[in-house]
Design a binder for this molecule. Structure first.
Ligand code: SF4
Ligand code: SF4
Length: 93
């Protein structure tokens, strides 16, 4: 199981600050990867990120609303096909 960031994300970074396993990464480049993403292989399902989000964009995988179901796969794909953790260096380069 994992937590999932949905397209409601406004990229303020609040969730990233509290994740104990640092598995939340800002998407980059922004036009291609407009959200923050959670690495499903590393997330320990602690739930700490959920109350930090000002727009309630984060859900446990099993509670992702129907209209955001595609975002489950999107979070995973950011790490498998997208830049994943290397986005952090690219964004600050
Ligand atoms: S549920 Fe916990 S481990 Fe998973 S992304 Fe949120 S803060 Fe990180
Ligand atoms: S706290 Fe919410 S809005 Fe902010 S980056 Fe995380 S998911 Fe996006």
């Amino acid at each position: 199981m994992t937590h999932v960031i949905t397209r409601l994300c406004i990229r303020d970074g609040a969730c990233m600050e509290v994740c104990p396993v640092e598995c939340i990464v800002p998407g980059f480049p922004e036009d291609e990867w407009p959200l923050y993403y959670i690495d499903p292989d590393t997330c320990i399902d602690c739930g700490a990120c959920v109350p930090e989000c000002p727009v309630d964009a984060i859900f446990p995988e099993e509670d992702v609303p129907e209209e955001y179901q595609e975002d489950i796969e999107l979070n995973a794909r950011f790490f498998t096909e997208g830049p994943g953790y290397s986005a952090m260096e690219q964004a600050s380069a």
